[in-house]
Design a binder for this molecule. Structure first.
Ligand code: URA
Length: 292
């Protein structure tokens, strides 16, 4: 907690250096934003009690603008019917994400649905939706955790330092971005690169699951613990998981072999473990050869 505001240039520079070292590398807004005020209904009319039982959120009427956190596509089915009024906003948004993901018939449609979805708070601090990079017909799909600063700016996954290491790891087994498809569990950068919350992960999970289903790779590579835990339905740590084949099962029941491995950002901090990731990548290469 800072009791007084510094007003000489040296103190200000020290304070900024302190914030940067603590991971706060961006000023999001010049003024604080009162999100609760934004969420208040714009109409002066009271909502009749019969349609808004205590503790529940009334569904917007057909001509009401949707509120932040509740998105609708123009041609999508209504987000909520009066009978399906949500009591837990995050669950309502996760349900909407599931519905939007399930109705996306192609990767392009999925991208459009995700771009129109306002149900994940991370979207409002991110600069770009980071959907994917690479070849959608690739045999290998890699899934990381969430975009960082460089990815947010470019709108592409793994373009920063860890992306450059990932490119070298792929090259070592004869692959590159024309022969793999890359995405993240979370498609919007968490502010200051903080860890996504479990709610944020649950809200975004249907999108990445549908993305995997639509790409239908022969092999999935989970980069790091959060990707492995989310997509392989396990709570085991990545150091135990890595190197062993698992299975990712899609909503339609397709079983995709999955190799959990260490995240490139972790390898940059722990270079002694690069040999473990090298072994995992050799497993992937062997699996691709075995699958023909
Ligand atoms: N780390 C990730 O998990 N994903 C990216 O896109 C970049 C860094």
């Amino acid at each position: 907690m800072i009791a007084t505001s510094p007003n000489n240039p040296t103190d200000i520079a020290d304070l900024l250096a302190f914030y940067a070292s603590a991971g706060a590398d961006e000023a999001l807004e010049e003024e604080p934003v009162n999100r609760f005020a934004e969420m208040a209904p714009k109409s002066p009319e009271r909502v009749p009690e019969a349609t808004a039982p205590a503790g529940q959120i009334p569904a917007p009427g057909p001509n009401q603008p949707s509120r932040p956190g509740i998105s609708r596509l123009p041609d999508a089915p209504p987000a909520r019917t009066p009978a399906a009024t949500a009591t837990v906003p995050d669950e309502a948004q996760a349900a909407l994400a599931r519905q939007l993901a399930a109705t996306a018939a192609s990767l392009d449609e999925l991208r459009q649905h995700m771009a129109a979805f306002d149900g994940c708070n991370l979207k409002f601090t991110a600069k770009n939706l980071v959907f994917a990079d690479g070849n959608p017909n690739a045999a290998v799909m890699l899934v990381g955790e969430a975009p960082g600063r460089d990815e947010d700016i470019e709108g592409l996954p793994f373009v920063g330092r860890s992306g450059r290491l990932l490119d070298r790891m792929l090259a070592a087994i004869g692959l590159d971005r024309t022969s793999v498809y890359i995405a993240n569990v979370i498609p919007w950068r968490p502010p200051g690169n903080r860890t996504p919350t479990p709610h944020e992960t649950e809200i975004c999970r249907p999108f990445i699951e549908r993305q995997i289903e639509l790409v239908n790779p022969r092999v999935l590579v989970n980069l790091g613990g959060p990707s492995a835990k989310t997509l392989l339905n396990t709570t085991e740590g990545i150091l135990r998981l890595r190197g062993n084949w698992r299975v990712h099962t899609t909503a339609s029941g397709t079983a995709i072999p999955a190799m959990p491995t260490l995240h490139p950002a972790y390898l940059l901090r722990t270079p002694a473990h690069k040999k473990l990731a090298w072994r995992d990548f050799l497993e992937v290469k062997a699996k691709l050869q075995a699958l023909g």
